[in-house]
Design a binder for this molecule. Structure first.
Ligand SMILES: Cc1cc2nc3c(=O)[nH]c(=O)nc-3n(C[C@H](O)[C@H](O)[C@H](O)COP(=O)(O)OP(=O)(O)OC[C@H]3O[C@@H](n4cnc5c(N)ncnc54)[C@H](O)[C@@H]3O)c2cc1C
Length: 493
């Protein structure tokens, strides 16, 4: 695709002033003397501030970095932390006000169990969580437990303590490209539009927002475009967890191995033989619950918060495609009603919940899967089945193919023994279209089914960690992210 070729920042092209170039996917990318000079760190406009031309507007450039990470979720934060540890000037941009993404703002916890070696940033994160005094481990599983806001603050500390920075309340709205590379991310912030410049960019937005803005090919959903079911999580306080656990265990419910200790987990999925289902059915008979409310119910303890639990529900199965704001809003509206019904049912009919109350409804809907980048390598369910190994395998994954499907109910492909794993190649984290872009987290290049395995927290944190190392290697070597030899990024034999 032709692009702006004003690569000589101080040369004739810059002196020619504004030049319009062919749009990428509806983006108007313009180059001005201001932009060229900005890359040299010069003041350029009348007010003495650098600016870049975007869609006919001079957008002030508020910073220039080695790396800008768009999306401060688990993967983006890990990437920012690693970049900062490598000495790169690093900015992590997020539209919310605390790092952690889905894990903090969608109240997603704990980290699902895995049985493979993980990388350093994940260990640092767990260390930071443990330093808060709250337990991170139970006696029975390999889950890492955390309270959502604690994770966000630990990530923030790790980013800043290593010299990185965050920019909160900043939503990516577009990019400026030059010679096929992203030069600036354009952000909507409280004062209007601003831009940040960088040599390398990482899309950790979950929704592939940066990649889409830059014209990278993506897909969303299954073969019919149906995304995984989204959920709106909430938390409850005032729960007598011991009384609740006693009740669940009295039903001969063996879903949770956590038969004693601080942590407890429980679940009920209609029609799957869960021992809690008759209790929920009584809620329907009493007119408190609706049939669809029984679709998926799951609870987890919250470390450091006795009497509080996190609920991984309700499922919003009515939203087949989550790729529009209108669809997400309708889903939220529906889920708010479901949460009211569930909370009332639990309070009135579930032993242990008599004095309970809703503490928090997630401010962010839990999106399991939306857009996925089409990268240099498309990771597939066949790679899961064959426990794929790659020369450029950089992350180990072992979570099963865990699809919360609108059509099939739950689709679980759980074939691995502890210690089995597949590798995620570096090529599934970079693309052909934009050389200085890496993609991490739940929107990497994977099929619908395979994404359902790679998406869990320990795996996406490892992706961010590796991508941070890649940014450092790219900066040192001058080789673009997409052209790096991924075998140099492997940290395991
Ligand atoms: C309901 C639900 C339950 C789950 N349960 C578990 C579980 O129990 N354990 C587990 O390990 N995993 C679980 N997962 C999976 C896991 O939580 C996610 O896959 C993981 O958190 C994704 O991390 P990420 O960094 O890729 O994306 P996210 O955490 O989603 O982060 C993306 C970030 O990008 C930001 N962003 C997006 N667009 C823009 C933009 N335009 N401008 C600026 N910022 C932007 C967002 O604000 C967000 O902070 C669950 C997921 C869901 C949805």
């Amino acid at each position: 695709m032709p692009d702006n070729d004003a690569t000589d920042a101080g040369g004739s092209r810059a002196r020619e002033g504004a030049r319009r170039t062919p749009a990428r996917k509806g983006l108007v990318v313009e180059m001005t003397q201001a932009q060229a000079a900005t890359r040299r760190g010069e003041d350029t406009d009348g007010a003495g501030a650098p600016a870049v031309r975007w869609r006919g507007e001079d957008v002030p450039v508020i910073g220039s970095y080695d790396v800008v990470v768009v999306g401060g979720g688990a993967s983006g934060s890990a990437c920012g932390i690693r970049c900062a540890m490598e000495g790169l000037s690093t900015l992590v941009v997020d539209r919310y006000s605390l790092l952690g993404g889905s894990a903090t703002n969608a109240l997603v916890c704990p980290m699902m169990p895995t049985y493979v070696d993980h990388l350093e940033v994940l260990r640092m994160v767990e260390g930071g969580l443990a330093a808060t005094g709250a337990p991170t481990r139970d006696d029975y599983t390999t889950m890492v437990w955390f309270a959502p806001e604690q994770l966000g603050m630990v990530l923030e500390d790790l980013l800043y303590d290593n010299g990185g920075q965050a920019l909160y309340d900043a939503t990516l709205v577009g990019v400026v490209c030059e010679a096929g590379r992203i030069t600036h991310a354009v952000l909507s912030v409280v004062e209007g539009l601003v831009a940040v410049a960088a040599d390398g960019f990482v899309d950790a937005s979950g929704d592939a927002a940066l990649a889409r803005a830059a014209g990278v090919a993506t897909s969303a959903g299954d073969e019919e475009g149906a995304n995984q079911v989204s959920s709106l999580r909430f938390t409850m306080g005032g729960v007598d967890v011991e009384r609740y656990r006693d009740y669940v265990l009295s039903l001969d419910d063996h879903f949770s191995p956590l038969v004693d200790g601080y942590f407890f987990e429980s679940a009920m999925v209609a029609g799957r033989g869960f021992k809690l289902e008759p209790t929920f059915r009584r809620g329907v008979e009493a007119g408190i619950l609706r049939e669809e409310d029984l679709r998926y119910y799951q609870t987890f303890s919250l470390p450091g918060k006795p009497g509080c639990i996190a609920l991984n529900c309700p499922h919003v199965a009515s939203m087949r495609s989550n790729t529009t704001a209108v669809a997400r809003t309708a889903a939220l509206r529906e889920a708010h009603g479901t949460i009211r019904r569930l909370a009332r049912f639990l309070r009135e009919m579930m032993p242990g919940f008599e004095g309970s109350y809703v503490m928090q409804v997630a401010p962010l809907i839990g999106i399991r899967e939306s857009w996925r980048v089409r990268g240099k390598y498309l990771l597939t369910e066949d790679d899961y089945a064959r426990q794929a190994r790659f020369d450029d395998g950089v992350v180990k994954g072992d979570w099963y193919i865990d699809v919360h499907s609108n059509k099939k109910g739950l689709y679980h492909n759980n074939t691995y023994r502890h210690g089995d794993y597949y590798e995620i190649p570096w090529r599934s984290m970079v693309c052909d279209e934009v050389p200085n872009l890496a993609v991490v987290g739940r929107c990497i290049s994977a099929t619908f089914l395979m994404q359902a395995s790679v998406r869990i927290l320990p795996t996406v944190i490892d992706m961010g960690d590796v991508a941070g190392s890649a940014c450092a290697l790219s900066a040192r070597s001058g080789v673009a992210l997409a052209d790096l030899d991924g075998s140099r990024l492997r940290r395991f034999a």
